[in-house]
Design a protein around this ligand. Structure first.
Ligand SMILES: C[S@@+](CC[C@H](N)C(=O)[O-])C[C@H]1O[C@@H](n2cnc3c(N)ncnc32)[C@H](O)[C@@H]1O
Length: 319
């Protein structure tokens, strides 16, 4: 037990945070692991008029607070979460409860109606459904998931959200690049990861399965998935790689690996998201210089509203 009376975070994790967090923000970031965040939600235009849904939430006393960088996102008091899940807008799929960090990935990739898009690690489908809404259910959106139980949960979620354009595939994402080379305009790889950004001292179970070895296992899978994602991307297309982990081994080092192998054909692009808590990706780790383009990757630092997140937008050259 520590000052707050809450269980302490694991020591190796705290050592990692010491290295990856900017010194001036370290205390505030670490304090966020002890705080209950508000519940965030996204209005779903595929199932109802967003203005009407927002007014309905207001009339029901949820006091939705707008999020400055995304007009369809709101937060409500965390104590109202249960009531929210029992409300008609939630039951009818007109809102989706989703972390704010999670919403940044589709926004950074910015799929457009009519495009051909791949979500390579998609369950439970929150980002897939958001992309279907951004694409107005027009074009082609393929969602791949390797774990059977999660796959069927995703299908039910997509159905509930009115994401009718999505084709779902129960398969290993590492095989997709080979089967569908250069097919997609945009690819989202929200990679399976060690989920370090989900840790909360309010629930020690959140890190029960974590260890530095798990990070290495996740990194191995991520290396296979990113290669498949790049193979599936058409020349000139965009890949968004993201995780909810802090470990550079799962983030910058994964991208560094593909940039070193195929740097002439890949370029890291700037992500246009006005978040106050974003910082550049690392360009140096454990005494090793990384590809300088990684400064254009984004580390979202945890705060009282958002979980930590990593985003990297990569364009494949068109020739
Ligand atoms: C971070 S979660 C995705 C969350 C999802 N994008 C969302 O926002 O709802 C990563 C997913 O990848 C799945 N996964 C793990 N290994 C995979 C593989 N080899 N191919 C495809 N999906 C995989 C996991 O089961 C998990 O559902």
């Amino acid at each position: 037990m520590t000052d707050t009376g809450l269980p302490p975070l694991p020591v190796p994790f705290l050592a990692l945070m010491e290295e990856v967090l900017p010194p001036d923000l370290r205390d505030a970031c670490l304090a966020s692991f002890s705080q209950e965040k508000p519940t965030s939600l996204r209005l779903n235009p595929l199932k109802g008029d967003p203005d009407e849904t927002r007014r309905e939430l207001e009339s029901a006393g949820f006091d939705p607070v707008p999020v400055s960088w995304y007009p369809l996102a709101f937060t409500v008091d965390g104590e109202r979460r249960r009531a929210l899940t029992e409300s008609p807008p939630f039951r009818e799929g007109r809102i989706y409860i989703q972390s704010l960090s999670s919403m940044t990935a589709p926004l950074a990739l910015a799929p457009e109606p009519g495009e051909t898009v791949l979500d390579l690690a998609a369950a439970p489908g929150g980002k897939t459904a958001m992309m279907a809404a951004m694409m107005e259910n027009r074009g082609r959106l393929s969602a791949v998931e390797a774990v059977r139980g999660r796959f069927f949960r995703m299908k039910a979620n997509l159905d509930h959200q009115g994401a009718t354009m999505v084709r779902t595939y129960l398969t290993d994402g590492r095989s997709v690049g080979r089967k569908c080379p250069e097919m997609f305009d945009r690819v989202l790889l929200d990679a399976p990861c060690s989920s370090e950004a989900r840790f909360t001292r309010l629930n020690p179970e959140s890190w029960a399965h974590w260890s530095p070895r798990k990070v290495e296992e996740a990194a191995r899978k991520q290396r296979g998935l990113i290669r498949s994602a790049l193979e599936a991307l058409r020349p000139g297309g965009l890949l968004l790689y993201c995780t909810c982990s802090f470990s550079p081994e799962e983030n910058e080092l994964i991208v560094n690996d593909v940039l070193r192998r195929d740097g002439d054909n890949l370029r890291v692009c700037a992500v246009d998201l006005p978040l106050p808590n974003r910082r550049p990706g690392l360009t140096r780790w454990k005494g090793k210089e990384l590809h300088p383009d990684l400064a254009r990757a984004v580390r979202i630092l945890p705060d009282r509203l958002m979980d930590g997140f990593f985003l990297c937008l990569i364009r494949k050259s068109s020739d």
